[in-house]
Design a protein around this ligand. Structure first.
Ligand code: ATP
Ligand code: MG
Length: 419
């Protein structure tokens, strides 16, 4: 029996991969304008890194991690998200010594053991960005402006930015307690999961999809009514800066995010085009995370975009595969040899050149040139070899011109740079 890929893990094939490359290239281009450098970390880390940072009572750590023992009995985990590994690398390589402000971005696969469905996979990809070292609300607005700019550049506008503040270690405990007190009176209507976790992680109840949990928390206390003075001020300034940049947003006081390390500003980009998988990007501030991983006391903020969800939103609007610039057709083995050499010269000059490798008839070769949508075609036979002159067919215009074979590369260079 043929071997298939693991459930929830997908191949990205030619035809689709061009859209991926477009999304990645745009990220590199946009993020670079904002001064971000790429960082690449291993896909596997010590399990402890994720338990300590994401939080023991979160969905990710409780049930979604790909954790295994290696041959030396170390507990390893395929990264479920990018922030913790980036912070680990930041601390380990002392990047704060090089620059007090670090702007980093990453892209790559993440792994979560979830029930695979549209927009939710076990290996999925994120493009993420982190800013470490700045507490100012300017940086929250800057990061959100970059996210907004990225979505404009990739042509996805059916998304809405929602923001919230989750407070800080000063004011969050008060809110937690107020929420626990509220939930205690409604335990009967909560789902089993929430009944179990309302004490350890009461904020998760607000995020629970179960109807009972949603209905019974409609008038739960709002985190925004419990912010301390400095968190309130921070949030007000983030909103003011966003308005100054004309970035549209709405405040969603029920958005809690599923990771423990978030403080103050949190946000999601949501869409109504993807059913229940409605978040295409999410993130927030994580002041305290670097310190909790035994690094310096630096604040941080970041986001992660789900690339599969972007690709789904792009839908039929796929980025086309590049077409060959020229197809070299030939008759006879000597001409085929010449076509082969010419093709290599063209390719070295950066021109997309193709030929027949299968010894097909001229008619079949021209059919293939058409199927590949080659922009130009050149036919080489005995006569062309003798005279060194051949017809270059413009396949779009159905016209042709006589060219010197010795000038083909130069000519094609000119034609390709002007198209
Ligand atoms: P969700 O509520 O959809 O489970 P999440 O809060 O777990 O999302 P984050 O950890 O914030 O997601 O990850 C950021 C983004 O990564 C999400 O907004 C989503 O676009 C994408 N993402 C998360 N999990 C998956 C998955 N299993 N498959 C595909 N994309 C995912
Ligand atoms: Mg999730």
């Amino acid at each position: 029996m043929a071997i298939n890929a693991i459930k929830g893990m997908n191949d990205i094939l030619p035809g689709d991969v061009e859209t991926w490359q477009f999304l990645e290239a745009k990220a590199r281009q946009v993020f670079s304008a904002y001064g971000f450098a790429e960082i690449r970390t291993p896909v596997v880390e010590k399990t402890e890194l994720f338990c300590r940072s994401i939080g023991e009572t979160t969905d990710i750590v409780e049930k979604e991690m790909y954790t295994f023992s290696d041959k030396s009995d170390n507990s390893l985990t395929l990264r479920p998200e990018g922030t913790a590994p980036v912070m680990r690398a930041f601390i380990q390589n002392r990047l704060h010594n090089l620059d007090p402000v670090n702007k980093l971005y990453y892209m790559g696969p993440m792994f979560r053991y979830e029930r695979p469905q549209k927009g939710r996979y076990r290996q999925f990809h994120q493009i993420g960005a982190e800013i470490i070292g700045v507490e100012s609300p300017l940086i929250d607005a800057q990061l959100l402006a970059m996210l907004h700019h990225y979505f404009c550049e990739i042509g996805i506008d059916a998304v809405q930015l929602q923001i919230n503040s989750l407070g800080c270690p000063e004011c969050r405990p008060d809110y937690r307690q107020a929420l626990i007190d509220f939930l205690e009176l409604r335990l009967g209507s909560l789902c089993a999961d929430c009944q179990r976790r309302y004490q350890s992680n009461p904020l998760r109840v607000l995020d629970c999809k179960a109807t009972g949990c949603q209905e019974s928390t409609v008038d739960a206390p709002s985190v925004l009514d419990h912010l301390c003075g400095s968190c309130e001020d921070h949030f007000a300034r983030v909103k003011k800066h966003l308005a100054a940049l004309d970035i549209p947003f709405s405040v969603n006081a029920r958005m809690v995010r599923g990771l423990d390390y978030y403080v103050r500003t949190t946000f999601e980009l949501v869409t109504n085009q993807l059913g229940s998988q409605n978040a295409v990007a999410a993130g927030g501030r994580y002041d305290g995370l670097v310190e909790s991983l035994d690094g310096p006391a630096l604040s941080g903020i970041g986001f992660a975009i789900g690339v599969e969800r972007l690709v789904l939103m792009k839908g039929e609007e796929k980025v086309p595969a590049p077409r060959p610039d020229i197809f070299l057709a030939s008759m006879g083995s000597e001409a085929a040899e010449k076509a082969f050499v010419l093709m290599s010269q063209l390719q070295r000059a950066g021109i997309r050149a193709e030929m027949d490798y299968l010894g097909k008839s001229l008619k079949a070769q021209m059919r293939r040139a058409n199927k590949l949508s080659a922009r130009y075609a050149l036919i080489l036979g005995e006569q062309e070899l003798e005279t060194g002159v051949a017809e270059l067919k413009d396949m779009d215009q159905s016209s042709q011109q006589q060219i010197e074979l010795g000038e083909l590369v130069m000519l094609m260079r000119g034609l390709c740079s002007s198209s």
